[in-house]
Design a protein around this ligand. Structure first.
Ligand code: SAH
Length: 252
């Protein structure tokens, strides 16, 4: 059996209880060493085989899984954050399906959640934004025509950019061309939830400069939008005048 497990965004104690248990039961762990905090491996049992997939191809990863299966092992495939975002798990699952090898998925704390915690921010503020766009700047991996950054920016909502730290000159141009005012608040969150986490608050027009000045080139998320500002409306849910299924309000 193969268990895809989200390791969480960095802090070793952010893995789920289920994820930690699966690590403890694993005979083999294949972890994404470029981004997963190796401290998470503290949950493994003695004698467990550990492979770092950073230098492996898809074929090599799947071969290791098949070898584990032949030995009747439990294999954990450990991905950073939550495996469903930029995790390249679909191609692994398809190959496992072809080989008739069973698998399951355990979610993890994605770095975009870790970044909100680092910022002490709420992405969805009443009257500011009720949507979060998770996307990336086009780089070597193409982005479908309908999802170009400029188009996505036209919504003006909360936006989180993965995998874009090295492309910030172009990204900030696209964000502004799409409609964000140059002084729209923005933040770069480096290694959210890791011990060396850092937060840089800036504006859309100063994203590239801020990254350059602070030597941030990778392992960072770019967040953009009015949610980083000071203006918002109170929620209806906790408004004394508002009635809902669990509470009678004082209003009409
Ligand atoms: N599945 C992961 C994302 C993998 S893509 C998740 O859910 O978080 C890798 C990109 O995620 C990095 O280039 C960076 O943009 C972002 N990233 C991953 N961990 C991060 C962290 N702790 N802090 C900030 N960004 C992070």
């Amino acid at each position: 059996m193969i268990h895809f497990v989200g390791a969480g965004s960095g802090g070793a104690d952010l893995i789920t209880v289920r994820g930690a248990r699966l690590l403890g039961e694993a005979n083999q762990i294949i972890y994404a060493g470029s981004l997963v905090n190796p401290e998470v491996l503290q949950y493994k049992s003695e004698g467990c085989k550990v492979l770092d997939s950073a230098s492996m191809t898809l074929e090599e990863v799947v071969a290791a899984m098949k070898e584990g299966e032949a030995r009747n092992w439990q294999t954990v495939r450990l991905h950073t954050g939550d495996p469903s975002l930029y995790g390249a798990i679909r191609e692994q699952m398809d190959q496992l399906d072809e080989a008739g090898i069973p698998y399951d998925v355990t979610p993890g704390v994605s770095s975009f959640c870790g970044a909100a915690a680092a910022l002490r921010a709420e992405y969805t503020l009443p009257d500011v934004s009720q949507s979060v766009i998770i996307t990336r700047m086009e780089g070597r991996t193409p982005v479908p025509e309908g999802e170009k950054l400029r188009k996505m920016a036209s919504h003006g909502c909360t936006m989180v950019l993965f995998l874009s730290t090295g492309l910030l000159e172009r990204a900030q141009e696209e964000l502004m061309a799409g409609g964000y005012a140059p002084d729209t608040p923005a933040a770069i969150v480096y290694k959210a939830t890791w011990p060396d986490e850092r937060v840089f608050r800036c504006t859309v027009s100063t994203l590239a400069q801020t990254a350059r000045e602070n030597h941030i080139t990778k392992t960072a998320l770019i967040t953009v939008g009015g949610f980083l500002g000071t203006e918002y409306d109170r929620s209806k849910l906790y408004d004394p005048a508002f009635t809902h299924g669990f509470r009678a309000g004082t209003g009409q």
